[in-house]
Design a protein around this ligand. Structure first.
Ligand code: ADP
Length: 174
């Protein structure tokens, strides 16, 4: 499933983020940036110790913010680490923080002069964000940033399971 926003293509695919041949993949990290489970663990396993070594120099990352490191042994040149909100009930700033993760990651990619970036379903794993709502926020914010003007040509959402893929595809169609 894909859709063009201005000069940029946004797409949803079912797959493994760590295998993506893009300029940067986005990590759904935690505030320590020192590794975790889920997609974070998969990125560190696939990318090797250079990523953790670079993360140690960053002094963590606030929820809603983004920082970058090398991609180590990954096909992607960079990892952009962002920290999604832990979902409580949706009234504790979760939508704004989730939107900000996507905005800050795209802006960072732009500052680095990148043309392609791949996101996982940030906050949709152990952080418990209801997937259809997270998908609408993620796609909506990406669209917003791209329509403001951007050098990025491809934004790919790489989803690990069919139900999550379906939610992101539906949000892309809306
Ligand atoms: P969070 O803590 O932000 O919720 P998680 O890593 O727990 O992050 O989950 C985010 C999403 O990433 C979930 O939908 C999970 O299934 C998915 N995921 C886990 N491993 C991978 C991977 N290798 N590629 C893409 N998505 C993945």
């Amino acid at each position: 499933m894909w859709r063009d926003f201005g000069a940029c293509r946004a797409e949803a695919v079912l797959g493994d983020l760590t295998l993506q041949r893009v300029d940067a993949i986005v990590n759904a990290a935690n505030t320590t940036l020192l590794g975790g489970g889920g997609v974070d663990g998969a990125i560190h396993r696939a990318g090797g110790p250079a990523i953790l070594a670079a993360c140690r120099l960053l002094n963590g990352c606030e929820t809603g913010d983004a920082k970058f490191t090398t991609g180590g042994n990954l096909p992607a040149r960079y990892v952009i680490h962002t920290v999604g909100p832990i979902y409580r009930d949706g009234t504790h700033g979760e939508p704004e923080l989730l939107a900000r993760c996507h905005r800050r990651s795209l802006r960072l990619a732009q500052e680095l002069g990148l043309k392609s970036i791949a996101f996982p379903a940030i906050s949709c794993g152990v952080y418990g964000y209801p997937v259809p709502a997270a998908a609408r926020i993620a796609i909506g914010e990406v669209r917003h940033v791209l329509e403001e003007g951007s050098s990025i040509e491809i934004v790919r959402f790489v989803l690990f399971s069919q139900d999550v893929y379906d939610s992101y595809s539906r949000a892309l169609e809306e």
